[in-house]
Design a protein around this ligand. Structure first.
Ligand code: SF4
Length: 106
């Protein structure tokens, strides 16, 4: 199997895909779904405290490393079910972490 000009095993391919952002078409599809859910939820946003708790899980803190799916250069979640900008998505009450890492909201 070839991935970006390199010969890789299927296991390596999956591991490499997990470290790259989802394809543009997948991001667009995921974002469309997220917007539809956000609209159905009345465009509700979380309180600042809950937003910061979510971001801390993604970006990491002094006590905890960043999530392996977090791309620090773009602020985007690399998980194939997401690909969204976390500085936007984490505000939306209707959203959740695709890996169930986010804490409960108040
Ligand atoms: S998988 Fe969850 S915790 Fe990790 S970057 Fe994405 S939204 Fe954040």
């Amino acid at each position: 199997m070839q991935f970006r000009g390199r010969s890789v095993t299927p296991v390596c391919f999956i591991a490499m895909c997990m470290k790259t952002d989802p394809a543009l078409w997948k991001k667009a599809a995921n974002f469309s779904k997220a917007v539809a859910k956000h609209a159905a939820d009345g465009f509700e946003r979380l309180p600042e405290e809950d937003y910061q708790k979510r971001l801390a899980v993604c970006e990491g803190t002094a006590d905890r490393p960043a999530c392996e799916a977090f791309n620090p250069e773009t602020g985007i979640c690399r998980d194939w079910r997401c690909g969204c900008s976390l500085r936007k998505k984490a505000w939306w009450r209707s959203e959740d972490c695709p890996r169930n890492h986010w804490p409960e909201t108040s």
